[in-house]
Ligand binder design. Structure first.
Ligand SMILES: [Zn+2]
Ligand SMILES: [Zn+2]
Length: 334
């Protein structure tokens, strides 16, 4: 039931000695998802002890090099490693053309299939789902078409309360039905007291016996073992109240904070956010926790950006590269 984020890169356009281009790895129930793939991502994965063969799908926010240039070498390495499983790639257009050109000129002959899915950056749409999770595209405001991504765990299957199994003497079939959300109809033969001829062998068909029915609601029998968790990646973007609203109620928000507030004009001009604006987005999104990143190389250390954000949204941290951020399950009482 793991739900963890590992941050591989957190610089903006220019890398620094300590910060690399954007890439995040999300582990949801041991399925791996890569979000953006800046230059050097495969080395960063190896350093973090993550086998790139485990990646199921890649989500690219936009076609700027600091979010994309690591993807082609990683694809090539996956081929050398003998990957057979198809790789899903979600990215805005014209990524498909870039990929085709790259494969043509570099004669990339791969032993696995790349399944490309074009993301419409204007749409808030469900673009991916499996049994345990769904991914939504979030329209962002940048210099080129850009999508953020919301990863949301689905409700887990309900558990049946042990004491209710005992109380009602539920059969295996009834337990399975309750797990599937059904109400359970209990039937019991009750013998009516008769005046003279008490008959110990009475059956349901006998006039002295009535069948009593009791419908037990599914809500009484079951509980959800934990609440679904969620994480959103909003980068690169100007402040967008709409985007923040679309991810409302999430556990962990990653929002770019390329600049300090004093560079607000530059942020606007380049299609980026300040630390204060990232914090404002977290506030509107009612996030539990905010991670900021995509820092401009001009900031040798980013504590002033964190302070600026904390004045608006106290539970803010600057992302640390190589660090894994778990979102523990919020367990419900049985
Ligand atoms: Zn960027
Ligand atoms: Zn960009």
């Amino acid at each position: 039931m793991r739900f963890t984020l590992t941050v591989l890169g957190s610089s903006s356009a220019q890398p620094t000695p300590t910060r690399h281009h954007s890439a995040h790895l999300l582990n949801v129930h041991e399925q791996y998802y890569l979000i953006d793939c800046g230059e050097g991502t495969q080395s960063r994965l190896l350093k973090a002890g993550i086998n790139p063969m485990k990646i199921n799908a890649v989500f690219i926010s936009h076609l700027h090099g600091d979010h994309l240039y690591g993807l082609f070498p990683m694809i090539s390495t996956l081929g050398l490693m003998g990957r057979k499983t198809p790789l899903q790639i979600y990215a805005p257009r014209p990524f498909g053309e870039i990929l085709a050109q790259h494969r043509h000129y570099f004669e990339t002959d791969l032993p696995f299939e790349i399944q490309y899915h074009e993301v419409d950056t204007r749409e808030n749409a469900l673009i991916y789902e499996n049994k345990v999770m769904e991914v939504w595209s979030i329209p962002l405001r940048h210099r080129v078409p850009t999508a953020g991504y919301l990863f949301r765990e689905k409700h887990p299957a309900p558990n049946v309360r042990k004491e209710k199994i005992e109380q009602y003497g539920l059969s295996i079939a009834q337990i399975v039905a309750a797990k599937h959300g059904e109400d359970i109809l209990l039937e019991q033969d009750t013998f009516l007291p008769t005046d003279s001829s008490s008959d110990n062998n009475a059956t349901a068909a006998d006039p002295g016996c009535v069948r009593k029915q009791q419908l037990i609601s599914n809500a009484e029998l079951t509980y959800r073992p934990y609440e679904p968790r969620s994480y959103a990646y909003l980068s690169d973007t100007l402040y967008s109240a709409k985007a923040a609203t679309l991810v409302r109620g999430l556990d962990l928000l990653y929002h770019e904070a390329t600049f300090a507030d004093e560079e607000k004009a530059l942020a606007r001009q380049t299609g980026h956010s300040t630390a204060s604006q990232a914090a404002k987005a977290a506030l509107v999104a009612e996030a539990s926790r905010l991670l900021i990143g995509h820092f401009s190389g001009r900031y040798k250390e980013v504590s002033s950006l964190v302070e600026e954000a904390r004045a608006i949204f106290p539970n803010t941290e600057a992302v640390e590269e190589g660090k894994t951020y778990p979102i523990p399950p919020k367990l419900n009482p049985a």
